[in-house]
Design a protein around this ligand. Structure first.
Ligand SMILES: *Cc1c(COP(=O)(O)O)cnc(C)c1O
Length: 428
């Protein structure tokens, strides 16, 4: 695609965008500026306008029905989570039986490790990416310690080579090979939160299986961002949150994937709770845990209806727009942001701006991370003050996510215009 840094170009793209009407389905914060550009959907997605009515309905039904709402409300709470499964399964490319919405992300990964990280004295290592999201790193450290291992020995981090920013797939595959007899689990973020690098989950899964290891993924930055085919890729397990790309509200419930070959195995060790117990006998309240078949067999508790009602409203928007159309726009919009950053880097060489996200669209989603080595954090603070809402990570990286559901090509143009002004000021 031939991009141009003009308002006319951006407006023409927006006019031709089949998803252009979705922008109006979201609330935009104003934060006191007229021309606000929200590029932080990778941290907290914006609120779909339909969320309010969905939550208010459940509040009203709670008032009207009390406990009877579990079975007699409009959307009975007893089985409420089942209503979210079809859209969620579609988003991650899974069968409905392989997905359930529950708990929060880090909690879910710990629960899945109970079943899928079962180290022995000789096969106990976990291969993961260097500079993981801190919660995942703490999870790996405490899980290996819990099983009596030293994290420095048990966790093998694959890092970018010296002078590089991205992890080479060949280096991950080599690490798996080199530890073929000792690796129990290959655990990666599907997309690295910092660089935006999308890993080839199909290939990593095959490599893990080839040496007798399990493959699991944290999809916090991948679910709702890039098309996924977890079932076909043969991934063993995955978990993700719903408040970033999936716009479900701050801290809302996450979701898990368990491949059906594991979901059909009731003998797989797990921590049980009544919501994971066979629903046909759940209310007999008898001893003897019998897991539900599929991902639902990992549930513990009855579900938070207010949060899930917000999540349902948001998933409905995804189901309507469709991941194929979202991906198509995401590639164009992310490409335009990349182009805009490249023009700024050319115009202001002393600012030492560079894109660290992969250049290849097949290796990224809706994210561009830029290094601003030549400027201090002040540039980022000025951006926020000027209404460009992005995210800063030490020492000097700005992460931006242009969302195909609610960002426009005009947003990217405005970003370029504001940055040009800020960088020009910095030159004096
Ligand atoms: C956002 C994010 C988390 C957050 O975990 P919560 O348990 O939802 O607080 C964890 N891991 C990754 C990779 C993330 O991007």
């Amino acid at each position: 695609m031939q991009y141009k840094s003009t308002l006319e170009f951006a407006q023409a793209q927006d006019a031709a965008d089949p998803l252009r009407d979705y922008r109006d389905k979201f609330h935009f914060p104003s934060l006191g500026t007229d021309e606000l550009v929200y590029f932080t959907g990778h941290s907290l997605g914006l609120q779909p306008k339909t969320v309010k009515a969905a939550v208010e309905l459940e509040l009203k039904e709670w008032a009207d029905y009390g406990v009877e709402g579990h079975f007699h409300s409009t959307n009975p709470w007893y089985s409420y989570h089942e209503r979210l499964t079809p859209a969620m399964a579609e988003i991650v490319g899974a069968k409905e039986s392989e997905v359930v919405c529950m708990n929060s992300l880090t909690t879910n990964i710990h629960l899945l490790f109970v079943s899928f990280y079962r180290p022995t004295k000789t096969r106990y290592k976990i291969i993961s990416e260097a500079k993981m999201f801190p919660s995942d790193r703490y999870l790996l450290e405490t899980q290996t310690q819990f099983h009596g291992f030293d994290p420095d020995d048990a966790i093998i981090e694959v890092a970018p080579r010296d002078g590089e920013r991205l992890i080479r797939e060949e280096d991950i595959l080599a690490a798996i090979e080199a530890n073929a007899d000792e690796v129990a689990l290959v655990f990666f973020g599907g997309i690295n939160y910092f660089t935006g690098q999308l890993f080839n989950m199909s290939r990593l899964t095959a490599a893990a299986h080839a040496v007798g290891a399990i493959a699991g993924f944290d999809l916090a930055h991948a679910a709702g961002n890039v098309p996924l085919s977890l079932h076909d890729w043969n991934v063993d397990f995955a978990a993700w949150c719903s408040y970033k790309y999936l716009n479900s509200s701050p801290g809302n419930v996450g979701a898990i994937f368990v491949h059906e070959r594991h979901g059909k195995n009731p003998d797989l060790p797990r921590f049980g709770g009544w919501w994971g117990h066979d629903k046909s006998t759940r209310f007999q309240m008898k001893n003897g845990f019998q897991p539900m078949e599929g991902a639902e067999g990992w549930q513990l508790s009855n579900v938070p209806i207010l949060g899930m009602s917000a999540m349902k409203a948001s998933l409905d928007v995804f189901a309507e727009a469709g991941m194929t159309a979202l991906r198509e726009k995401s590639e164009k919009l992310t490409g335009y942001l990349e182009y805009t950053v490249d023009r700024l880097a050319e115009e202001f060489p002393d600012a030492d701006i560079s894109v660290i996200t992969p250049r290849d669209p097949a290796q990224r989603g809706s994210q561009i991370s830029i290094d601003i080595a030549g400027r201090e954090r002040q540039l980022f603070d000025d951006m926020i003050a000027a209404g460009i809402i992005a995210d800063f990570r030490e020492p000097c990286v700005i992460r931006m996510a242009p969302m195909p559901l609610y960002n426009s090509f005009a947003d990217v143009f405005i970003f370029g215009k504001v940055m040009r002004k800020l960088l020009a000021q910095g030159e004096t």
